[in-house]
Design a protein around this ligand. Structure first.
Ligand code: ATP
Ligand code: MG
Length: 232
């Protein structure tokens, strides 16, 4: 079927603790992001920003509340729908998982894309060496991507996102290892290449989110403030 068709994300009273006995890391967190909106989450260290993504991708079970995407309660879906669906939800983590193999096997582990599309994704993210053409696809990648820089690994992850073409794209400090020029370029690319994608960005550089539609300030697992950047 065609879920998710739009990318309307809703957190409704979501509470989560990592283990019984630990304090709540999310405490009745509620917010809505309209489809196609760009929303940034900010807050101090330990506020619960990454935990919000943990709940979204069901890495930890929530204890109370509901998270829906286009009205579908994510807890009713299989994990492969939440994490691996083409045109579904996609997260760009700070430390992307890179496997031993080739550039191609890392970007397209299930051989579901044409070489042309993989090359196009590498080219769009300006992956170093993408000007060498299709030879780059067979470049060797060591376990954990140890023969690439942190920034290059983040660009590989971004190329994966281009291929997944998600309705909901989540970035958790996804460009923290690239330089300012590259970050500016990535932010610009997010605008041009994902025009209809709902964007949830956990931001570390405030200048990158100044033109976002909505900013959510999180404190102690709760929404402290919410609104357009001009009002905060
Ligand atoms: P930062 O800006 O440093 O990335 P954050 O806002 O992403 O911070 P979280 O990682 O969401 O913060 O952490 C929220 C709270 O949950 C913190 O009190 C943290 O100690 C706790 N926490 C995070 N991950 C775990 C975990 N795997 N097990 C137990 N507690 C955790
Ligand atoms: Mg975090």
């Amino acid at each position: 079927d065609s879920w998710p068709c739009k990318g309307l994300l809703e957190f409704n009273n979501v509470s989560l603790r990592y283990r019984p006995g630990l304090p709540l890391s999310l405490n009745e967190l509620s917010f809505t992001i309209q489809h196609g909106q760009r929303c940034a989450v900010v807050g101090r260290t330990g506020a619960g920003k990454s935990t919000l993504t943990t709940a979204l991708f069901r890495l930890v079970e929530i204890e109370q509340g509901r998270i829906t995407l286009d009205g579908v309660d994510l807890s009713t879906l299989g994990l492969s729908d939440v994490r691996g669906r083409q045109n579904g939800m996609f997260i760009l983590p700070q430390d992307p998982s890179i496997f031993s193999g080739t550039i191609k096997s890392n970007l397209d582990p299930f051989s579901s894309h044409d070489d042309e599309d993989i090359l196009k994704a590498l080219d769009l993210v300006r992956f170093p060496g993408s000007d060498r053409g299709r030879r780059i696809l067979l470049d060797l990648v060591e376990e954990g991507g140890s023969n690439f820089s942190s920034g290059e690994k983040q660009l590989m992850s971004l190329a994966r996102a281009m291929l997944a073409n998600p309705r909901l794209l989540v970035l958790d400090e996804a460009t923290s290892s690239v330089d300012q020029t590259t970050d500016d370029f990535v932010q610009q690319m997010l605008r041009s290449q994902f025009p209809n994608t709902t964007l949830l960005t956990i931001a570390h550089r405030l200048n990158t989110i100044i033109d976002y539609d909505k900013i959510i300030v999180i404190n102690k697992g709760k929404v402290a403030e919410i609104g357009p950047p001009s009002e905060l």
